[in-house]
Design a binder for this molecule. Structure first.
Ligand SMILES: [Zn+2]
Length: 309
């Protein structure tokens, strides 16, 4: 079994969206709660507190003006960026810790730390655009991590896979101009945010969008996802795999209509780990995106973490 880093920060709990918001702080609390029920796994993890990404690091994915605006809005007590996306007083600390967790995980995998990490963070990141927050997300944690791996660690090729039920439109926007970063997103269609048809391959053909109808058999999603991963890696050997681990693709999620079960989380995780072993010595960094039934999210993270090791 390989060591796994579990990276989080208490500041991620300071992003205060209110209990009426689906992306509330109880989601994150459910993860250690579920982990404690699996003492063996809990003991096996290397628990780390993330650093805070700097404003300069955030500009790997975002305009400096937008980064400064988020910091200023938080310092002023908060504001609403759109109908769903909140900046609270603690959101700067939360969002920089969330992005910092992914940067730490990238440092570990290219350094002497665990090859694989899971970042238990919020707010999520995959809808955030270059100059605006969107869909509960403030900064594109995973996209920033991909650019950071190239800039800081000399990684040439990075593969990002996203099995959140929603299209990772922000991630696509932040990486599609860099063809050495390939992006695979499987998502419900038609559904929020309305982007990500299969024919949208990005300006360099480095994007694989896999739109799927709600309510299909579980195997159809897993099969389509893995086929797209394999198509995206023909003649392209990643130096690092990043996973946007959204667990709103599980059956019963209030924000999605996919039918995945915990066994599918196990399978998709193991398939990605096995490919990462073949491609790049097992370097894989996973970061939490959606998942809106907290207890179910906690269980999914336990299964995901178990399969990472
Ligand atoms: Zn989602």
């Amino acid at each position: 079994m390989s060591p796994i880093a579990y990276i989080s920060h208490s500041d991620c709990g300071r992003h205060d969206t209110g209990w009426g918001h689906p992306e509330h702080v109880g989601r994150l609390r459910a993860i250690p709660r579920a982990l404690r029920n699996d003492f063996e796994l809990f003991q096996r993890l290397e628990h780390r507190e993330s650093r805070h990404a700097t404003a300069a690091e955030l500009t790997l994915g975002h305009d400096a003006r937008y980064v400064a605006t988020v910091e200023e809005l938080a310092a002023a007590g908060g504001a609403r960026l759109d109908a769903d996306t909140v900046v609270s007083e603690g959101s700067w600390a939360a969002a920089t810790a969330g992005a910092g967790a992914v940067l730490d995980a990238v440092d570990l995998t290219f350094g002497d730390g665990p090859r694989r990490s899971f970042c238990a963070v919020r707010p999520p990141g995959h809808h955030a655009l270059r100059d605006s927050g969107m869909g509960f997300c403030l900064f594109g944690n995973v996209a920033i991590g991909a650019h950071y791996a190239r800039a800081q660690h000399g990684a040439e090729r990075v593969l990002i896979v996203d099995w959140d039920v929603h299209h990772g439109n922000g991630t696509q926007a932040l990486v599609q101009d860099t063809p050495e970063i390939r992006f695979v997103s499987m998502h419900q269609w038609p559904w929020y945010p309305g982007t990500g048809p299969a024919e949208d391959r990005g300006p360099h053909g480095s994007v694989w969008n896999v739109p799927m109808a709600a309510g299909r058999q579980r195997e159809a999603y897993v099969g389509a996802f893995l086929s797209a991963v394999d198509a995206a890696t023909v003649g392209f050997t990643p130096d690092l795999v990043l996973v946007s681990a959204g667990f709103d693709s599980l059956a019963g999620d209030p924000l999605g209509g996919f039918t995945l079960e915990l066994d599918d989380v196990d399978r998709m995780t193991r398939e990605m780990v096995s490919r990462a072993e073949q491609w790049c010595g097992g370097r894989l960094v996973s970061s939490l995106e959606g998942g809106y039934v907290p207890d179910r999210l906690g269980e999914a993270c336990v299964v995901h973490l178990g399969a990472l090791g």
